[in-house]
Design a protein around this ligand. Structure first.
Ligand code: URP
Ligand code: ZN
Ligand code: ZN
Length: 484
């Protein structure tokens, strides 16, 4: 008979493909058995009436990150990971962000030290590549891929981060050669820059003009362009934080053609609108992120994309800034839409919001919820099957979910360091009551149960394609040999 450290009994286990009644026996931090009527563990948790889901994997969050304008996020690796855990997430993949002129190895060493000292759940990093020098492309990126950092984010906008098309082609080819995935922030820099200047010159400074300058066409143009760059090389690409109906359609059309294009969306594009940014005074700054929330047609298109598989991953893009001089309002009442830190919080509410409004309201299936919040992140980013599922020998990363619990959202109940939530006052149904990471009960009874620094870095493998990808044609193989 097995001697389990922990047994979770009588729950309904849900994975990306199956829903079944089973007990889970945990030993040495892993799932050791999955069957009915398991022996008692050193500790037993009764999950009768509860759903037992894989702990969430949030593959897009900004933690203890210096923005390109030099503003530090409100959450460090302690508050960020505590907040994630309370919301049912057990692994995060934030960014180690290079700014131009910085050496990638120094950037990674810096983020790794801070995370090691503070994180309470498991983590990895993506690299933000802002300076793809010859040294970075030929030495640093391959070296870090070898150490398990198998994804990079590149930006098509922001003065100090933006790569041009030539540089993006370099990063795409390097990623494919060494087994990494490129995530792209797709917005047309010059459209945004030009519009922002015209607006500011005419005295249009309020938060709502952020959404005007980050026009939907800026997103759809850049989305189209980076898809063509990836198709030119037949290299996969993942478009992050997709917000607008045209971008969704552009991605779907490319996928239909067989392009190796994947996509992510986030809570703000389902639950917020550009009209929120138009709230009076500076209030709208609380809803400003890039790309900005759009209109109802775009919200509906994003919901449809989640249901039909256009989107593979649902992430928070948690970019936490306080509603004060340290973040959203660096110049107080005189802050223009160009001065505000971009981003909204969402780590803790990502899963509860989608569960309530997606699964609860019949818009997505429960198994798809698991895929969108955990399994697909693990597969796309090389963590599967260790993370993102419930299976024998997987890490025991679990969220024991009460599907009936009603929660009225208030900033005061959240565990981040932001001080406000864009979702204040909404009532949602379904909440993770007990959260387990590598067999350790992290959250129980509304309290954190583990120590600062007890989370671990998880090295990642090569990305796993989620779709049956077609074989390259002979012409493409010859072309790739020519440019290799
Ligand atoms: O507004 C946002 N999303 N800020 C975070 C930076 C980014 O591009 O993801
Ligand atoms: Zn971005
Ligand atoms: Zn982001």
């Amino acid at each position: 008979m097995q001697d389990f450290d922990l047994t979770i009994r009588n729950g309904t286990v849900v994975t990306a493909t199956d829903t079944f009644a089973a007990d889970i026996g945990v030993k040495g931090g892993q799932v050791a058995a999955l069957a009915r009527g398991l022996a008692a563990g050193k500790r037993d948790i009764d999950a009768a009436g509860k759903l037992v889901l894989p702990g969430g994997v949030d593959s897009h969050c900004h933690i203890e990150q210096l923005s390109s304008n030099g503003v530090m996020t409100a959450d460090d690796f302690y508050s960020g990971t505590v907040s994630a855990a309370f919301g049912g997430t057990t692994t995060i993949i934030p960014f180690a962000a290079q700014h131009r002129g910085m050496k990638i190895r120094d950037v990674v060493a810096d983020y790794a030290k801070r995370a090691r000292e503070k994180a309470v759940i498991d983590y990895s990093f993506h690299l933000i590549v802002a300076d793809p020098t010859e040294e970075a492309l030929t030495q640093d990126l391959p070296a870090f891929i070898g150490k398990g950092i198998t994804s990079f984010k590149v930006y098509m906008t922001y003065d100090r981060l933006k790569l041009d098309d030539y540089q993006i082609l370099d990063v795409l080819l390097t990623a494919e050669k060494h087994g990494a995935l490129v995530m792209v922030h797709a917005e047309n820099h010059d459209m945004i820059r030009w519009l922002a200047k015209r607006l500011l010159d005419r005295g249009h400074t309020e938060p709502k003009f952020h959404a005007v300058s980050h026009a939907p066409l800026a997103e759809s143009e850049a989305t189209h362009r980076v898809i063509q760059l990836s198709r030119l090389l037949d290299v996969p690409v993942l478009i992050v934080h997709v917000s607008g109906i045209e971008a969704v359609r552009t991605i779907r059309a490319a996928q239909t053609l067989g392009a190796r294009v994947y996509a992510e969306t986030c809570p703000q594009y389902l639950f917020l609108k550009a009209s929120d940014i138009s709230r009076p005074g500076m209030e709208g700054a609380k809803f400003c992120c890039s790309p900005p929330p759009r209109d109802e047609a775009s919200q509906n298109a994003v919901w449809a994309g989640l249901a039909d598989g256009t989107f593979q991953v649902f992430s928070s893009d948690h970019a936490p800034y306080r509603f004060d001089e340290s973040g959203k309002l660096p110049k107080g009442d005189k802050t223009t839409f160009k001065d505000m830190a971009n981003g909204v919080p969402g780590l803790e509410l990502r899963m509860p919001l989608l569960f309530s409004e997606g699964v609860g309201k019949g818009r997505i299936k429960l198994n798809d919820f698991v895929a969108l919040t955990a399994t697909n992140h693990a597969r796309m980013y090389g963590l599967h099957p260790r993370k993102g599922t419930i299976a024998v020998e997987s890490d025991a990363d679990l969220a024991i979910w009460d599907p009936e619990k009603e929660v009225k959202i208030a900033a005061a109940m959240l565990h981040d360091n932001v001080g406000y939530t864009p979702y204040e006052g909404r009532t949602i149904k379904g909440w993770p009551e007990i959260v387990v990471n590598r067999g350790r009960v992290v959250i129980e009874g509304g309290k954190l149960q583990v120590d600062r620094g007890s989370g671990e870095f998880v090295p990642r493998g090569a990305p796993e394609p989620l779709k049956q990808e077609r074989k390259p044609t002979t012409e493409m193989r010859l072309f790739k040999a020519l440019i290799a």
